[in-house]
Design a protein around this ligand. Sequence first.
Ligand code: ZN
Length: 237
Amino acid sequence: MAALEELQNLDLEILESRKELEGIPENLKGQRCDVGRVGEMLERERARLEEAIQWRTDREKEISNNGDLLGKSKGKLQGARNEKENKAAQREIDTIRKAISDREEEVIKIMEAIEQYRAAVEVHTKEFAELEEHLKASEAEGKKRMADLQAVVDATAARRKGLASRVPADMLRLYERIHKRLGRALVEAKDGKCTGCYMELMPQMYIEIQRGTRTFTCPSCFRILMFKESEPAESAT
Ligand SMILES: [Zn+2]
């Protein structure tokens, strides 16, 4: 029983290490996903900024073209030979001036938007860089932790073999079968109860478990039951 208990302690330790070992890549995958999402958002914001800048450039080009047209219309006005031509040129000039003033208003609006977009991109670029930095650190840390855990798991193989050889074969088989299913396969019987599921044991069974005459499994949770003498510190108080 003592060897089996030691074996179980080792197995539970291994189980813990394996669980942590498997959890690390999962955790990193989740982090990578988050960083990727922020990166995509940043890309969209950058595209939006570029689009706005392009839009402003286009409007400015229109203003410049209208400026040229205005010059030509002014020429026409000066060269007008009669009232009709004079009026037509004046109308042209008014239309062009209106177009220029409209475009200028649009440029002011888009410049405000550009400032906002630029500020957002700046903030999120910084955040993204920090996230990437953090991910890199987590990856390095995870890699190191995984190597450490793997070393622990590898190192236990020889120790486990030694302990297993001290446990009777049929007992070992029973233990391994339960361990595979429940993890903790060996539990203490205490105060007349199974400490695996806290079911009350039959008094006769509990007495026999205390005597250690033969092996019992809990009728409810099927774990192997063992009895431990209470600690001296407990009986002293
Ligand atoms: Zn039980």
